[in-house]
Design a protein around this ligand. Sequence first.
Ligand code: URA
Length: 231
Amino acid sequence: MMRLDKMLSHVGYGSRKEVKALIRKGYVLVNGECVTDDDYKVDEINDEVTIANQEVSYQHNIYIMLNKPDGYISATWDFHDPTVLDLIDGYEKRNLFPVGRLDKDTEGLLLITSDGDLAHRMLSPKSHVDKKYYLRYDGEFKESYHSIFESGVELDDGYVCMPAKFIELGNNEGEIIIKEGKFHQVKRMMEAVGCKVTYLKRIEFGALKLDEGLKLGEYRVLTDEELKLIL
Ligand code: URA
């Protein structure tokens, strides 16, 4: 059992003060009954809680999909630049962190969570989680480069990448699917065949697809269907 205001704040409906206001205004129902008392004790697993007719499901962990904009660092703290966590409101005490890194100038799908086990599973080199990126580039991606990517392109430091797939979209645009997450990996893979990435956006991470309804800098919690795909 836990306090209703604490539960709502935990799952992201705002600060304790903000959710108390929602409760007092009568937006919250527990098992179909309106509750206006913010220290009401709720069974967070078995009670049915709705807020403005939306069902609230309590999760111990938080899972957020962010459409990362250019200019933000994928870290919890940085000395110079804003971090992706600066874009997320209302979860201040939930120990959120980004699952892996996108470069400061890379946009797109970034999972932000408090679930260390999930992050470990998705990032472990052994788990081979596919990451799909859309990119624009300068240079010519020649026909013969497809087989180089498919057999493992060698980077500037001698590292041979795992097999990857490049899909040409025309107009110096493409998509690439990689299974690893080495530092600047896509940029360096393209450089290895004489091309220069001018724009990079992650569109898939494992089974998750970027919600194209999210504008740059916007985020939302994962749906139950998305959670089932990754948990
Ligand atoms: N590869 C890169 O080069 N940069 C990213 O941000 C992600 C993958």
